[in-house]
Design a binder for this molecule. Structure first.
Ligand code: 0RA
Length: 646
């Protein structure tokens, strides 16, 4: 694995550290530096410290990183890198480590022409962590000595002091997030663990250990295969077309490129892209360079008649070409680039903008992939079989669509007949209930506030999108009505456009039984796979109808859990009757309004995608083709089913 991408880092001394401004500004406006002072910002502090150790690992000087969450929610990060320099910095007259921790943007590697993560929320520097901590203690082991210094709310409370001697090198930072700054100081093991696992995949061989002293949990992540193991992990519950992911790496003009790819027998594409370890959710030039090269290389191979061993699957002598979607059906890939001055663009600053990256990625992929194809004719045949069948399905779907259009003159624009729309015009104030069954749909239509609430009843179960191709998905009536009602086009050549969204709350309302759960999962799978930005932006909700009606003294109480029921019945001591609701249809329109639809009184649960990776695994297990992992999952999670969130 290629590691050392910092030019001349051995020349590094305190002088290179530039001093820009003090830390008061950070405490005054924390969200300018870390985004929020809620849970996100809190966890961002951990990322910030760990990223510094990861930088050291990427330069080839650090192999182990340990993260400890303590009882009081303080956090320690220990690495075995070179240790932050301690020599006196000429501008500040302070040791470099003190400078790095007290001056904004003196990130050590700042302005030195070395590798750094910049843009987005990352790379603001550990001085920001110091500024936002009640206290912070740094310990540096280097030059046979152990140095230590303590800070409170960013200010040193002693000088850097030698506290011992050692043969080792490394840095240890312990900090406690300042409760005066953060609304929430409880560190989530899962959030930290997820990021660390991602970092371990992206930085092959680095051992990352997480210890939680609050409940004595610990995990160790170390992947010698790096992103090859990442791709295996993403495909672990799928049937793969070939056992070993194909790994490409290369470097040009200080841009380091690593890609791992593996196809599975499904129809979805799952490409994760990263730049300097940051998940580029909006893609960018590395992703488009990869896509272009993949489409070209596979088409070249399919059309080339000079290639030996060419067997059944080929487009030789035809005028047909595979589209990008055709060649990416069932593709799982991880793309990771590392470069000196990454430009992050886009709405969430997660789109790589550097233009030079596109050509470099595509030339490396063209080169390595065509060689791999020539050396592995059996694997190419499998990929071609899959891509050509996608092409045929696409053409059949187009012909079918054209036929339907010619016959009926139907555009895609007209709203579904079953939809009871609302009168409000502003999409931000409109909501739609997707309701299981016509009878509940009828009650909902009568019970709703027709000004801002629309109702779309679904008949029976919707298609399992994990097991169907796009053209079949687009032909499914229930899915068609969801697409036209929501206003969001999906599939080939359609860019996701949130401005088209007709309702900013999409609420799934199903019966509280097994069928209802199943429909809910199918709908969530569809939204997750084909309208993911709606999930990411928090537009999808689950309605929570009551399980029981408790009647006493001419009063009715609606109860949502068995626990509440037990509590209430104990209080009432016998003077009551209970009705258990098996379905939404058992409620009359006004009850449905009062308990489940009225924004003043209802409980709706927003679907959150805290953890895209785990959610992806869950969807695959619950909805995918393999039976064994599904059984295991359901068994392991059977007690949590009520909480099953994505
Ligand atoms: C600046 C220069 C050098 C190392 C580091 C910073 C450094 C920072 C952190 C933060 C956490 N762990 C770290 N490890 C190293 C290079 C110093 C040299 O040339 O010896």
């Amino acid at each position: 694995m290629v590691r050392n991408i910092i030019p001349n880092q051995s020349q590094y001394t305190a002088k290179e550290i530039q001093v820009l401004e003090g830390l008061e500004a950070v405490r005054k406006r924390p969200s300018m530096y870390i985004g929020t002072t809620g849970a996100r910002g809190l966890h961002h502090l951990v990322d910030e410290v760990v990223d510094n150790s990861i930088d050291e690992a990427m330069s080839g000087y650090c192999t182990k990183i340990q993260i400890i969450i303590h009882q009081d929610n303080s956090v320690t990060v220990i690495d075995d890198g070179r240790g932050i320099p301690v020599d006196i910095h000429s501008n500040t007259n302070l040791p470099a480590v003190t400078t790095v921790l007290t001056k904004l943007h003196a990130g050590g590697k700042f302005g030195s022409g070395s590798y750094q993560v910049s843009g987005g929320l990352h790379g603001v520097g550990i001085s920001v962590v110091n500024a936002l901590s009640e206290w912070l203690e740094v310990t540096v082991s280097r030059d046979k000595k152990i140095y230590s210094q303590k800070f409170e709310r960013g200010k040193p409370i002693n000088d850097l002091t030698v506290i011992g001697s050692t043969k080792k090198t490394g840095t240890q930072i312990t900090y406690r997030p300042d409760p005066e700054i953060f609304e929430e100081v409880n560190i989530s093991f899962d959030i930290i663990a997820h990021r660390l696992k991602e970092l371990a995949f992206l930085n092959a061989g680095v051992k990352i250990e997480l210890i939680d002293e609050r409940d004595n949990r610990n995990v160790i992540y170390k992947y010698d295969g790096g992103i090859i193991e990442f791709v295996k992990y993403l495909n672990k519950n799928r049937d793969v077309l070939f056992g070993k992911p194909f790994y490409i790496n290369g470097k040009k003009d200080d841009i380091e490129v690593e890609i791992a790819i593996q196809y599975n027998s499904g129809y979805l594409e799952n490409i994760l892209s990263f730049a300097n370890n940051i998940h580029t959710e909006e893609g960018g030039t590395h992703l488009s360079g990869f896509k272009t090269a993949l489409t070209k290389t596979i088409n070249d191979y399919a059309k080339n008649d000079s290639i030996p061993n060419q067997k059944k699957y080929s487009l030789k002598g035809t005028d047909q070409s595979l589209s990008g979607n055709d060649v990416r059906e069932g593709l799982t890939a991880v793309i990771s680039v590392k470069l000196l001055n990454p430009q992050f663009e886009g709405q969430t600053k997660t789109k790589l903008g550097n233009n030079e990256v596109k050509g470099i990625v595509s030339s490396i992929v063209n080169d390595k992939l065509s060689t791999y194809f020539i050396e592995n004719p059996d694997i190419v045949q499998k990929i071609l079989a899959k891509s050509i069948s996608a092409l045929k399905a696409r053409e059949a779907a187009r012909r079918a669509r054209e036929l339907v259009r010619q016959k009926n003159g139907l555009g895609l624009g007209s709203l579904p007949g079953k939809l009871a729309d609302c009168s409000e015009r502003d999409p931000f104030h409109r909501e739609i209930f997707i309701v299981e069954g016509d009878s509940a749909g009828g009650s909902a239509k009568q019970g709703r506030d027709r000004k801002f609430q629309a109702i779309l009843p679904l008949r029976g179960k919707i298609l399992n999108v994990e097991k169907a191709r796009l053209h079949k998905i687009l032909a499914n009536n229930e899915i068609k009505s969801i697409i036209t009602a929501s206003g969001i086009q999906i599939g080939e050549d359609s860019e996701f456009d949130l401005a088209q969204l007709r309702y900013h709350k999409i609420i799934i309302m199903t019966d509280a039984d097994v069928d209802g759960e199943h429909i809910k999962t199918l709908l969530l799978t569809f939204f997750y796979r084909y309208m993911r930005p709606l999930v990411e932006k928090g537009k999808i909700f689950i309605a929570r109808p009551p399980l029981y009606k408790l009647s006493y003294n001419k009063k009715n109480d609606y109860l949502f859990t068995d626990e509440d029921l037990n509590k209430k019945t104990k209080e009432l001591k016998g003077n009551y009757s209970i009705q258990r609701y098996k379905g939404l249809g058992e409620m009359n329109p006004s009850q449905l309004w009062e308990t489940t639809m009225n924004p003043e009184t209802r409980v709706v649960k927003r679907i959150e995608l805290e953890d895209v990776l785990e959610a992806d695994q869950m969807f695959t297990i619950l909805m995918g083709g393999k039976v064994e992992p599904r059984k295991d999952f359901i068994y392991q999670h059977s007690t949590e089913v009520e909480e099953l969130d994505v």
